[in-house]
Design a protein around this ligand. Structure first.
Ligand code: ZN
Length: 110
C-alpha cells in the first residue's frame, strides 16, 4: 500500500505519521484529521485493511465496531458544536482506499 492509495495503512496504522487519537478500541481508531477541512474534523478507521464500506470482507462485527466508535465520536462532536456530519466516500469520491468515516462540524477551513 502506498501513501497515494492508502494513507491509513501506509502512514497512520504503520505509525509513520503520528496522529492525535480521540478514541481507540481493539479494532478501531479515531483521530484528528491530519489536514482538517473543518474546525472539528475527526477520522474513524478500522485497524485492519478494509477498502471501503462496500468491501465484501467487511463483516458485521467489524462494521458494528466501527459504527459504535463513529457514534461515540459524533456524540462528542454534537455536544461540543451543536451539530455534526458523518460521511464515508465511495468510488471515485474516495481518495484513500481504506474505509474511513469523517465526523466533522464547524466552519470550513481555507
Ligand atoms: Zn488500508
Amino acid at each position: 500500500m502506498t501513501i497515494e492509495d492508502d494513507f491509513y495503512c501506509a502512514e497512520v496504522l504503520s505509525g509513520r505519521t503520528a496522529v492525535r487519537t480521540v478514541q481507540e478500541t481493539a479494532d478501531v481508531i479515531a483521530f484528528r484529521h491530519t489536514r482538517p477541512l473543518f474546525e472539528t474534523h475527526i477520522v474513524v478507521v478500522p485497524k485492519r485493511h478494509i477498502a471501503s464500506l462496500l468491501d465484501p470482507t467487511l463483516n458485521d462485527d467489524l462494521l458494528l465496531s466501527v459504527l459504535h466508535v463513529v457514534q461515540a465520536v459524533a456524540r462528542d462532536v454534537v455536544a461540543e458544536r451543536g451539530a455534526g456530519r458523518v460521511q464515508t466516500n465511495l468510488g471515485s469520491y474516495q481518495d484513500s482506499k481504506h474505509l474511513h468515516w469523517h465526523v466533522y462540524a464547524g466552519g470550513r477551513l481555507p
